[in-house]
Design a protein around this ligand. Sequence first.
Ligand code: PMP
Length: 361
Amino acid sequence: MSRAFNFSAGPATLPESVLRQARDELLEWRDAGASLVELSHRGPEFMQVAAEAEADLRTLLSIPDDYAVLFLSGGATTQQALVALNLASPGQAADYVVTGHWGRTALKQATPYAEARVVASSEAGGFRDIPARGDWRLSADAAYVHYTANETIHGVEFREVPDVGAVPLVADFSSSIAAEPIDVSRFGMIYAGAQKNLGPVGVSVVILRRDLLERAGQPRAPIFDYAAHAKAGSMLNTPPSFNWYLAGLVFKWMLAEGGVAEFARRNARKAALLYAAIDGSGGFYRNEVAPAARSRMNVPFFLHDDALDPVFLDEARAAGLISLKGHRALGGMRASIYNAMPEAGVQALTGFMQAFQGRHG
Ligand code: PMP
């Protein structure tokens, strides 16, 4: 078996030790006589797995007790609609800071339910920067302010949590959760699809300040109601138990590796190495994002001649480096270097990039 270094943006590479453990545990869960995938989510086996996953995530992210943690199906996009349904009254203003494709998607998902307003956008500049906080035109009566902590496609990342006063801050952390320590108490709500930094696709994590569970929001079925999910321990209906379990293994792996502070150090080194390779290539490679807003998780880059793109991808694959093709919205290349991408993977990529330039430059 030869596992390549996989730079996919999501579903993304997972720690090999986690995959091996899941493989070993798949056929029969301990002495339960069946696989965890085959057992009731309300049985003692899964209930323990679920409780441990929540406890481990709380430890990893230092989540205060006055925040509920939900494990839900539906992906991050579903949360983008549920935010408005749960936190905004019909027609109430909701402020959106749009710094890339996913901020635009969040806005679109909220629009049927709330008076979703773009209060700042970097779209005119091609989503290559973050609008200065002083230029945001926040509404005093907004239900919440939404932003995308890390734009997976455009490779733009907030380095600081913006101060928006008393209005609850809602953030899409799908592609940067657990990449560095965060002060959860600054947020009303954080959500993330698991398939980048937390585990497999099929489960989302929602971290929600408990007082916001009291908001009336909009008329909605119980299945779209965060308070109902919180009351039911995320088991209002059958939860995505295998995905939840696998995310739990990733949490244990992150804790054993030293927690998010350690990943922040590794991620900083990986990103510095890759951006240095791009910037030091004399224009052979380029990244167009303003340096202060460059993502440490998703690094889009372009070759000076796009006719070389397919050659780059073929030769990279032959060198054991896969999933480097850029998102169709941007073209070029993109290397996603989440927590589970080892530093050796980024070293292999930058070594390959230099050698490729030597052959084709
Ligand atoms: N937000 C961000 C930042 C993302 O990267 C993605 C997926 N790439 C989404 C939202 C949408 O997630 P999902 O496909 O799980 O709905």
